[in-house]
Write a protein that binds this ligand. Structure first.
Ligand SMILES: [Fe+2]
Length: 380
């Protein structure tokens, strides 16, 4: 690690945010050396979550290693009442018929392990579950976040994003009047980028938890789409063809975005590419879902470029335009959202930039199994 001598700028009262070099390393996966100096977003001391702003560690990480994922949702399948965790809820509202449920009256921090298993199954079935009034969850801090997420799988450590200092397992998004640490381009006509998180990994995420520590007064909603419902809209003949296909998912563009100096400008683990089935089967529900996304899927294996591009673009458009497979979440304060990245796509909406207000989010991202092909016997 480099030893730095820069003096720390004295900040004005307002939320002036700049990156400054930092010493120190986070707890993380195995390290593999030192890439560059650490950096950390600066914010005003009065900001309640100043201790959770993005930190960009100087460490580099070794490649992730495969592991056996045991999905907690399996345990709930044999439960006599797998929705008993909802018995004390004061309100349970289906957001849309095919995607999403909003729940009030339950404190996630009070769920037993048995109830967490039920929750994993429930999120797999509904694709998206929104819990309101979760201030206790949000305020418990990074040790709690880790403990929570570890119940659902091995916590993913992001190769490029910022994380709270000493909590590399927590992926952060951050934007304010002066800077952004989101994956966003300013030379496109919309901020909408449908994707499933880090699908380039060999074992991409399953049940994922996300919440905002600070949000704009209005805007910054998140879009979700059911990749199960979208698949069901397609003709059986076309689905049968899609099930024979596999696609390359690549982390190269995301890494290059950081290497260009954006979003903290640090790549801690070399980008990887992996091949996944175009239609994957959820290990617990057995449901099939489209598993391609414009952000990370680069090509369909074995097809000519025009064939691959046209099929992928058709599928991306289908997922993006099918409002009958979508839901939109508004982030009232203290909302915690869970979705299953195996069956649900999503996109941020950067429509609040003119307000100069802060949006600061944290994601807990357990990895799951290597995607299971819907077509039995498809070799990856
Ligand atoms: Fe995402």
């Amino acid at each position: 690690m480099s030893v730095l001598s820069e003096t720390v700028t004295v900040l004005p009262e307002a939320a002036t945010l700049t990156l400054r070099p930092q010493n120190g390393t986070p707890n993380g996966n195995e390290t593999n050396g030192t890439a560059t100096e650490a950096k950390k977003v600066e914010t005003e001391e009065s900001y309640k979550y100043a201790h959770l702003v993005p930190f960009f560690s100087p460490q580099t990480y070794a490649p992730l290693t495969p592991f056996e994922h045991v999905d907690p949702g399996h345990r709930a399948l044999s439960h006599p009442d797998p929705r008993s965790f909802l018995q004390n809820a004061t309100r349970v509202t289906e957001i849309q018929p095919v995607l999403g449920t909003e729940i009030e009256g339950i404190q996630l921090t009070q769920l037993t392990n048995d109830e967490r298993d039920q929750l994993a199954l429930y999120v797999a079935q509904r694709g998206l579950v929104v819990f309101r009034d979760q201030g206790d969850f949000i305020d418990r801090g990074v040790d709690w976040y880790r403990e929570w997420g570890s119940h659902f799988g091995r916590l993913h450590i992001h190769p490029t994003s910022g994380h709270p200092e000493n909590a590399a397992e927590i992926h952060l998004v951050y934007r304010d009047a002066n800077s952004t640490y989101n994956f966003e381009y300013d030379d496109v006509i919309t901020s909408t980028v449908w994707h499933t998180d880090v699908s380039y990994e060999l074992q991409p995420p399953g049940l994922t938890t996300f919440f905002l520590l600070a949000q704009p007064t209005t805007g910054g909603d998140t879009l979700f789409a059911s990749s199960v419902a979208a698949l069901k809209r397609l003709s059986p003949q076309f689905v049968a063809f899609l099930k024979t296909l596999k696609a390359v998912h690549s982390g190269v563009e995301q890494a290059n975005f950081s290497r260009a100096g954006k979003r903290g400008g640090i790549v801690r683990r070399e980008p990887v590419e992996h091949i996944h089935p175009v239609v994957r089967r959820h290990p617990v529900t057995g449901e099939d879902a489209l598993y391609v996304n414009r952000q990370f899927t680069s090509r369909i294996v074995g097809l000519k470029k025009e064939e691959s591009n046209n099929i992928l673009n058709f599928l991306y458009d289908h997922l993006a335009k099918g409002a009958d497979s979508q839901a939109r979440v508004k982030w009232t304060p203290n909302t915690v959202v869970l979705w299953d990245n195996r069956v649900t796509s999503h996109s941020a909406i950067i429509d609040y930039a003119d307000s100069k207000e802060r949006r600061h989010g944290a994601r807990i991202t357990p990895q799951a199994e290597r995607p299971i092909p819907a077509l039995e016997g498809l070799e990856l």
